[in-house]
Design a binder for this molecule. Structure first.
Ligand code: SF4
Ligand code: SF4
Length: 344
């Protein structure tokens, strides 16, 4: 068993560090993330804990869970060093809010097995990615089937998260997964979508919708102009229709309904408007998060309003103070700003 040192070097992770964290992060015990190559990770984000614990193309999930590498990564949490964790990116470490708990079985399955999307947002990708046939599609379908096989026999409560890489309703791989997923009461779902195809497709995956615990919608604009600039390929009128349909479904099924707004140079002036939009459509929460540098932009410094050197930084700060007033004074605050509060 050997860790892939080059990977850790790539992310600038010092594997000899000792963060001396007292809380025991539950993720390496309760979470498996599966990427589009079938590699499995013991964390909610691949770049936070980049060592694979096994590949689903070669091994079954039964073999991967509890493997030597899996247990080795778990021991880096229990000894408090967190030496394999990416302290530059993990939101919990960055906000000094590492969770605490050591569940004895997997409770979250995070699928990142297809990056197909109907949009091409500038913060995410440089061009269209869509697999309807060919090797990426075939592999995605094989992975989806292997995951469903495992779910068929898993007895314990588990939440399956769909859509951290592409759009669950646009992707033919995720649609296949959702159509074939077993009808079992121990399985709940959470979906992150751009929301544009929800109205059209939610009726085709009734079991997932009936057992949906959380529906997140990424919507980085609160006006037609900003939305269509940042969600390239999306139409404002269509997302409003989608939000209306989601609000109706929420009434019917009772899932948590969350809007995600990635704050950046072109939309920070709409932070308050997105909160009002969330209220209008009955959202339980509106999450405002800082745009991170995913190496998609050639000119991230020009976009980085979070840096005190940026000419728009002061304006951003004063608008953020305004938004924060919703946190403290509203009777029913729905806004969360976890990473906007962090200086790192
Ligand atoms: S501390 Fe962060 S990076 Fe480490 S296992 Fe937990 S969530 Fe993952
Ligand atoms: S909707 Fe989400 S997955 Fe699709 S391109 Fe935009 S950010 Fe990426």
């Amino acid at each position: 068993m050997k860790i892939n040192q080059r990977l850790f070097d790539h992310y600038g992770i010092d594997t000899n560090k000792d963060l001396k964290i007292k809380n025991l992060c539950p993720r390496p015990k309760d979470t498996i993330l599966i990427d589009k190559q079938g590699s499995c990770y013991a964390c909610e984000c691949q770049s936070w804990l980049p060592q694979s614990i096994g590949n689903l193309q070669i091994k079954s999930l039964q073999e991967i869970i509890g493997s030597d590498m899996h247990r080795h990564l778990q021991s880096s949490i229990t000894d408090g060093t967190y030496r394999y964790c990416n302290e530059h990116q993990c939101s919990y470490i960055k906000s000094d809010a590492v969770l605490h708990g050591q569940p004895d079985r997997i409770q979250h399955l995070r699928l990142a097995i297809d990056d197909s999307c109907n949009l091409r947002c500038p913060s995410c990708r440089k061009g269209m990615v869509f697999h309807k046939e060919g090797s990426a599609y075939n592999l995605g379908i094989r992975l989806a089937d292997r995951i469903n096989d495992w779910l068929h026999s898993y007895e314990h409560p588990i939440q399956v998260h769909i859509g951290s890489d592409g759009d669950p309703f646009a992707s033919h791989v995720y649609r296949h997964f959702m159509e074939q997923t077993p009808e079992r009461h121990n399985i709940k779902y959470s979906i992150l979508t751009n929301g544009l195809m929800f109205k059209e497709f939610h009726g085709k995956v009734p079991y997932v919708i009936n057992n949906l615990q959380e529906l997140g919608v990424s919507i980085d604009g609160a006006s037609k102009e900003t939305y269509e600039k940042l969600r390239l390929g999306g139409k404002w009128e269509k997302i409003l229709e989608g939000l209306e349909c989601m609000a109706e479904q929420k009434q019917k099924h009772g899932f948590r309904f969350i809007l995600h707004f990635v704050v950046q140079k072109d939309n920070y002036h709409e932070m308050e408007d997105i909160i009002h939009l969330g209220k209008r459509y009955g959202a339980d929460r509106v999450w405002l998060n800082k745009m991170e540098d995913w190496n998609v932009f050639d000119n991230f410094d020009q976009m980085n309003i979070f840096s005190p050197e940026h000419p728009l930084h002061n304006d951003y700060q004063s608008r953020l103070e305004q938004v924060k007033s919703y946190l403290g004074f509203e009777k029913d605050p729905i806004v969360e700003v976890p990473t906007l509060n962090s200086d790192r």
